[in-house]
Design a protein. Structure first.
Length: 331
């Protein structure tokens, strides 16, 4: 009898075939399905750092040191003026101020007028000097405008502390050297930056004296080698201001030039020469053509020749003790 497969066996085989079939197909389908779907990128969060400020380097300017002005001897400065000028040197120098004898130098720079006066080592008679240029004006560091014609009383300088500097006074100045060469000669000039009086203030406080005191003579030497001087000599050497009271006489023997006139002046103790500025104006004397002499006080009022109070500085000249008059008052 021929044996045949039972329905159970057939069913089992069908199940096995189905499992194999579907298991083989499912894998590729799942792979295709995964490829067909767009892939969503996965972001990994990263830590964000706060921005760091880079410090700005601030450059501190290196201070430029100003060269210290050289303090020089007047004669050395005079002899080396050209080289110092080329280097634009600022210098400090000491000396005595004098009004020029004949001509006043006047220069204009940046709407300022500068007046030139002379700086000498010691004496007015010295031929080597510096021209000191000072701005005209009022207040510290200026010079009063000098009239033409001029007299030594017209020289009035105000130092940095507003102290008055007059003819022959000792000063210390600072300024820039300037050498000027021209066909008619050369000059060494200094444009001042500062000026200081180096003269005792008591010199400018007038001492009231009589003429006999000025003429008193005494020996400051020894009996073997005597040296006789007068009070006029000593006061003149210091350029001390003095005041005398009296009257002018001997008008017929006066000696005048374009700047001043010399007269004889007396009080009840003696007589001496006086030098007055010759012009119309304060503290001056003048003789109009065909008229008598006129003398004007410090307020420019005409006053009598016979009742005067005169203030000025003394010179012991060849003619004797002489007062250069700065101020005139009615006694």
């Amino acid at each position: 009898m021929q044996k045949t497969a039972s329905p159970k066996v057939f069913l089992v085989l069908c199940v096995i075939i189905a499992i194999v079939f579907f298991s083989g197909c499912l894998c590729p389908l799942s792979s295709i399905f995964e490829q067909a779907l767009p892939q969503i990128p996965t972001f990994t969060p990263t830590s964000t750092q706060a921005p760091t400020l880079t410090p700005t380097i601030m450059l501190t300017p290196t201070p430029t040191s100003t060269p210290t002005p050289q303090q020089l001897d007047l004669y050395y400065l005079y002899d080396n003026c050209s080289a110092l000028s080329q280097n634009h040197e600022t210098v400090i120098v000491e000396g005595r101020i004098f009004l020029p004898e004949f001509k006043i130098l006047s220069l204009s720079l940046e709407n300022t007028t500068w007046t030139g006066v002379q700086l000498k080592q010691f004496l007015e008679s010295e031929t080597r000097y510096l021209t000191i240029l000072i701005p005209n004006g009022e207040g510290p560091g200026t010079i009063d405008t000098i009239p033409i014609p001029f007299h030594e009383k017209d020289l009035i300088i105000h130092d940095d502390d507003n102290r008055t500097i007059r003819h022959y006074h000792s000063v210390i100045i600072k300024g820039q050297v300037d050498y000027v060469k021209k066909e008619d000669g050369s000059r060494c000039q200094i444009w001042i930056e500062s000026i200081q009086s180096n003269t005792l203030e008591e010199i400018q406080i007038p001492k009231e004296v009589n003429i006999n005191f000025l003429q008193k003579r005494f020996n400051i030497g020894t009996n073997i080698e005597p040296l006789f001087v007068t009070n006029c000599d000593l006061l003149a050497q210091k350029h001390q201001m003095v005041t005398v009271s009296g009257s002018i006489f001997s008008l017929g023997t006066n000696l005048c030039n374009n700047v001043s006139c010399t007269f004889q002046f007396s009080d009840n103790t003696g007589s001496l020469g006086i030098s007055l500025a010759y012009r119309e104006g304060p503290n001056s004397v003048f003789k109009p053509k065909g008229k008598s002499w006129e003398i004007f006080d410090k307020s420019n009022n005409p006053i009598s020749l016979y009742s005067l109070k005169l203030t000025g500085v003394l010179y012991n000249l060849r003619e004797g003790c002489t007062l250069s008059v700065y101020e005139i008052e009615n006694r």
